[in-house]
Design a protein around this ligand. Structure first.
Ligand code: GLN
Length: 560
């Protein structure tokens, strides 16, 4: 059943393609709809892979400001990608790869590289066919590995930047055997209070726009704040040329993790299987999602966690951290209430007045010096008051600076990152610029002058955990693999001094040169990690560090 007949009659595994586009307005939740559909297809026994095609011209989101673009999601193989890939992983558990995210910038840079190399034999380079071919090649990577490939096109139909992508998916489906590709279009049905009606006209226009570039959607997913009456569904079906049962309502949800069950109830997965004529449709097993929803909606208590960071005005900047905390809460059956605290506040205001009352403190990753003295103060507060502390990447580096200054009495302990930024030497660098490291058996070398993008230690690296440490108990393992994204590193020179003060280096790179984890011995829960555990947490498989951080925070909340 999984294989698709090719035009020549051979039966070979070929993915069916689902292209997800958006219309009317942006931010409708295309990423979430794609991820939920992926989960539903898995629940019916199919294998899936999700892909994001973004029309912006940046080569990747690595150098984009978190204020602008939200978090950068890092894959195991070291790609810096859009945060939608995080949704995909959290819903399907399928680890994203470099080849699951592409932007116009990357497509053009690859086309131009080929042009410079002479690959096009002196031809005039044009959007059609050169750019569109490049996009189509990208879409097709690994299509013999899964049953369904879901490709989300970023932006909204009609955007100038998106045109080559829409043209490419049109050509792609045209070149594939009939029945191998499906188009799903997400739109908004606005509600007019004055007339008390849902309006379908913007959706009709957006479908027309798609049709004018040769794409006829098979499924319409309509975001709506009110229930969509049968009459309106029929109208949409008639004017937009889809079957009435392929008009799927997407209502606002209390939790994003209700999306798979909600879309299933509205018939999305059935509509997809009908469109591909997969009969009989395998029955879905939705137990995992029923359990996830049950845990989200029936907490037995709550904990308050402070996130002391730099990009706190935009919660998307810490998307995976917020989700991982929620997962940790689900494991412990508590609701996690997050307080977003701008670290810069502590430059002028007392830490106590902001952090008193929190059961746990998390200092997340970040770049640049702004706000870091505030993060160090938050670490001091957590250490002294025995509040659970989780430091992630920059958050670990700040914990090391804090303990170096206050426990090991290393005056002016700081990070080379801040001196580099300021252009002068002010600190004793307990955190220094890493210029050489091992990736497997390969030595990677970097220069200070390398491009901003791509000069980091990126992607999955192993760490060895110290026996009988708190961290090895948490992971219940002595070898772990976690994703990294950083240039600076805690300097081993200070290890002895710090260990004498009770700061244990409880996780190291396999060559024993790079500190990966520190913990404070005489503290209920004070852990810093050089990597990003949040990227691997799932609602149905909470990351052990987050699960245990929340457990410790719950314990603390019962104490005070
Ligand atoms: N800025 C720090 C570094 O480059 C930390 C990075 C991070 O938190 N992701 O090492």
């Amino acid at each position: 059943m999984r294989s698709l007949e090719t035009t020549t009659g051979d039966s070979e595994i070929m993915a069916r393609y689902i292209f997800i586009t958006g219309g009317v307005v942006s931010s409708l939740g295309k990423g979430l709809a794609s991820a939920a559909l992926g989960a539903l297809l898995q629940a019916r026994g199919f294998s899936v892979r999700l892909r994001k095609l973004d029309p912006y011209l940046n080569v990747d989101p690595g150098t984009m400001s978190p204020f602008e673009h939200g978090e950068v999601f890092v894959t195991d193989d070291g790609a810096e990608t859009d945060l939608d890939l995080g949704h995909y992983e959290r819903f399907t558990g399928v680890a994203a790869r470099k080849t699951d995210s592409v932007s116009s910038g990357r497509i053009y840079s690859s086309v131009l590289e080929k042009e410079r190399r002479g690959d096009y034999l002196g031809k005039t380079i044009q959007v059609v066919p050169h750019v569109t071919n490049e996009i189509k090649d990208f879409i097709g990577i690994g299509d013999d590995e899964v049953d369904f490939m879901l490709c989300e096109i970023g932006g909204t139909v009609g955007d100038i930047e998106g045109l080559p992508f829409f043209e490419a998916i049109r050509q792609f489906s045209h070149e594939k055997p009939r029945g191998q590709c499906l188009f799903m279009h997400l739109t908004l049905l606005p509600f007019l209070n004055a007339s008390g009606e849902l309006k379908t006209k913007p959706t009709q226009h957006s479908v027309k726009e798609l049709q004018s570039i040769g794409i006829a959607p098979d499924i319409l997913v309509c975001r709506s704040e009110h229930s969509i009456p049968q009459k309106e569904r029929e109208k949409l079906a008639l004017f937009c040329n889809v079957r009435p049962e392929s008009v799927i309502a997407a209502y606002d949800l209390d939790s994003i993790y209700d999306a798979p069950l909600a879309y299933h109830k509205e018939g999305l997965d059935q509509a997809v299987l009908n469109a591909f004529e997969i009969t009989p449709a395998p029955k879905p097993n939705l137990e995992v999602w029923e359990d996830v929803s049950e845990r989200i909606h029936n907490p037995e208590g709550s904990v308050n966690i402070a996130i002391v960071g730099k990009y706190t005005q935009l919660e998307d900047a810490y998307k995976s951290i917020a989700e991982a905390l929620t997962h940790g809460g689900m494991r412990n059956r508590v609701k996690v209430i997050i307080g977003w605290i701008d670290a810069e506040k502590f430059d002028t205001e007392a830490v106590e007045s902001h952090l008193e009352g929190y059961d746990g403190i998390l200092v997340p990753g970040g770049f640049g010096e702004r706000g870091t003295e505030g993060m160090i103060k938050a670490a001091t507060f957590a250490r002294e008051k025995k509040v659970p502390y989780l430091g992630i990447c920059l958050g670990m580096q700040m914990a090391v600076i804090e303990t170096s200054r206050h426990l090991a009495k290393i005056k002016n302990a700081g990070s080379e990152e801040f001196d580099h930024e300021a252009g002068k030497k002010r600190f004793k660098p307990v955190v220094y610029h890493l210029k050489e490291w091992l990736e497997g058996n390969r030595t990677i070398k970097r220069d200070e002058k390398d491009d901003k993008g791509g000069t980091m230690r990126l992607g999955a690296y192993n760490a060895i955990l110290k026996q009988q440490s708190q961290i090895s108990e948490i992971y219940n393992s002595e070898l772990i693999s976690e994703r990294h994204r950083h240039r600076y590193e805690v300097d081993l020179k200070y290890r002895d001094k710090l260990e004498k003060c009770g700061v244990s280096f409880s996780g190291m790179s396999p060559d024993n040169r790079l500190p990966e984890i520190i913990e404070i011995n005489d503290h209920p829960w004070f852990i810093g990690v050089q990597f990003h555990p949040e990227l691997k947490s799932k609602p149905f498989e909470p990351h052990p560090l987050f699960a245990d951080f929340i457990r410790a925070s719950v314990d603390r909340s019962r104490l005070v």
